[in-house]
Design a protein around this ligand. Structure first.
Ligand code: PLP
Length: 562
């Protein structure tokens, strides 16, 4: 069952989360969506990659909103045996002096051209494990530091050993974020020279790991980089890893997973040009390349636009460059496709919330992880201003997003949005759709007229939801940060809020209101042909470029083939 994959796979891609399909709850947000789009593009391009992640049986979180507008969190279990098959192989890692046995599930992703990509989902629910070790792979980003470190040991060290024991012959290990960096340490153990070397640590030669490892860093936000105190590391890993060597490679004060990955990778990249620049400043002394993220066009294009593209550019799914010619599409057909997506979206909103939004009113969409730097509250910072704006030129807002269970600031934002919704009443209709996930995202990025993005620069590493919106003819109105710096031609592919120059701290809220008032709303209500022209510019310039096919061709040629 696995043999065909062990024979051909040459690259192993490790990620704490991967969004494979809506029913498989092994993802939380953007990082997992990107990993999933990577799987899908590897299948389209027939790249010899095997993916490794945790089975996350209890998922990340299912979100409900209570009557007070507060997030209520539930486990979000899924059924591995419905979608994947258990493999017989087992490996053990010693954690806290106990053997922890790991057995994988195999999920086969089949691309629409028939090529299959293997995904190994690591599981520790096994009779031979101590009860406290059985749920290590249960809750994605759940628990405390000790729990997280156990997960990262299973992912990095366990995942590496499993590939070896299954007979994979891997040339390149790609670490999607630092969570899996212990794999590089384990790789070094494998390459340890028997008598030790002159200038290194007991025979460890980091250069060996660097030849094989690729590291993609995803966030300039401090909390995004895992750090573990060494007393915890000692407790978990003494006897499993060489702790002095680990300290030499990952920092003297704590185990910094980003630093470990940086020190053991021969190719390091950020996920947009600006993010690579920021990462170079954050980690001086390392060469950080830039490969801007992309999205999988077949996955994120809604049905009505997929039909339109299929009619005019039959190869668009596997050659998204073909969408470059979308600027020549017929206006009426483009508007009809958008109208269908919008009506389907408004129907869904009515079914889920009981609120029926008006189809002819400009609709702003916003779907994001609810956390401080994403600044959803920017739009709601002056409610009187919003009311005044909407009096002449009405608009409505649809919002969705989860807060991490320990992100109190993020949860307060969700409450604040609900208070604003109630305060605005019918003046500016606001709808919050609970439980933002892959399935909801597909409607949310295709149904509105405008996609809003207001992060605090430079903290949005890339962002991908705006790329999904562009595929569906939804115009971006966004702060110049991450990918949008590369894609925004103000007044053509969408609109810019603020300035790309980090030195000039402007008033982003004021700028957002001004853009809405002077550009976005008048164009929507006053010049429909020009609006449709912008939709077509946005599709042709963005979809042809910011897709995961282009992204994976670049990883293949620049990071994997070094
Ligand atoms: C695309 C997507 C994200 C990432 O969006 P950003 O723009 O990077 O914040 C997160 N969650 C879901 C469900 C998505 O579909």
């Amino acid at each position: 069952m696995i043999d065909e994959f062990t024979r051909r796979s040459r690259i192993a891609y490790f990620s704490m989360e991967i969004a494979l399909r809506p029913e498989i709850h092994t993802y939380a947000g953007g990082l997992g969506i990107l990993a999933g789009d990577t799987v899908r593009s590897c299948a389209d391009l027939e790249l010899p990659v095997v993916f490794v992640t945790l089975v996350s049986r209890m998922g990340y979180l299912r979100q409900e909103i209570d009557a007070g507008g507060r997030q209520v969190e539930h486990p979000d279990p899924w059924e591995p045996d419905r979608w994947a098959r258990r493999l017989g192989a087992k490996v053990a890692v010693v954690i806290e002096g106990r053997d922890v046995w790991i057995q994988p599930w195999l999920y086969r992703h089949r691309g629409s051209l028939g090529y299959e990509i293997p995904v190994l989902l690591l599981d520790t629910v096994l009779d031979e494990n101590a009860p406290e070790d059985r749920d290590i792979c249960a809750s994605l980003y759940g628990g405390d530091d000790a729990y997280r470190l156990s997960q990262e040991i299973v992912l990095g060290i366990g995942g590496y050993r499993l590939l070896r024991s299954l007979g994979f012959d891997i040339e390149t290990y790609h670490m999607n974020e630092g969570h899996s960096a212990l794999l590089a340490m384990e790789l070094l153990h494998g390459h340890r020279r028997p008598n030790g070397g002159p200038a290194d640590h007991a025979g460890f030669d980091p250069e060996m790991a660097r030849q094989q490892c690729v590291f993609t860093t995803h966030t300039p936000v401090e909390a995004g980089h895992d750090r573990f105190p060494y007393d915890l590391v000692m407790r978990k890993l003494d006897g499993t890893l060489d702790i002095p060597a680990l300290k030499a490679l990952s920092g003297p004060d704590c185990l910094n997973m980003t630093r470990l990955a940086l020190n053991l990778s021969g190719y390091v990249n950020g996920v947009a040009k600006r993010h690579a620049e920021i990462s170079r400043r954050l980690f001086p002394g390392y060469r950080v390349h830039a490969i801007t993220n992309g999205v999988h066009v077949e996955t994120w294009t809604c049905d009505s636009f997929a039909r339109l593209y299929q009619d005019h550019f039959p190869q668009w799914r596997h050659e998204p460059e073909a969408l470059m010619l979308a600027d020549g599409l017929d206006d009426g057909e483009v508007w009809k496709a958008h109208r269908q997506a919008k009506l389907a979206f408004l129907d869904r909103i009515a079914a889920e919330t009981g609120t029926r939004l008006a189809p002819d009113v400009l609709t702003l969409g916003f779907g994001r992880r609810m956390t401080g730097y994403k600044r959803l509250d920017l739009l709601f910072s002056d409610l009187d201003r919003l009311r005044t704006l909407a009096r002449g030129q009405p608009f409505q807002v649809v919002v969705s997003g989860k807060a991490h269970p320990r992100d109190e600031g993020g949860k307060r934002i969700i409450e604040a949005i609900h208070r604003c919704r109630d305060a605005l009443g019918g003046d500016v209709p606001v709808v919050f759709l609970p439980n933002y996930d892959m399935d909801l995202a597909r409607s949310l990025v295709s149904g509105p007229d405008v996609w809003l993005n207001t992060p605090l620069p430079p903290l949005e590493a890339s962002g991908t939801s705006g790329m999904k919106a562009a595929l569906n003819g939804v115009l971006n109105l966004g702060v110049l940060d991450g990918w949008w710096i590369e894609a925004c031609i103000d007044g053509t592919t969408g609109w810019a809020i603020g300035d790309a120059d980090l030195g000039t701290a402007g008033d982003d809220a004021e700028d957002l209101y001004r853009k809405l008032e002077a550009d976005v709303l008048p164009l929507f209500y006053g010049d429909r042909p020009r609006w449709i022209w912008m939709m077509k510019q946005s599709i042709s310039k963005i979809a042809s470029q910011f897709n995961s096919q282009r992204m994976m061709r670049r990883y293949a040629s620049e990071a994997y083939l070094r």
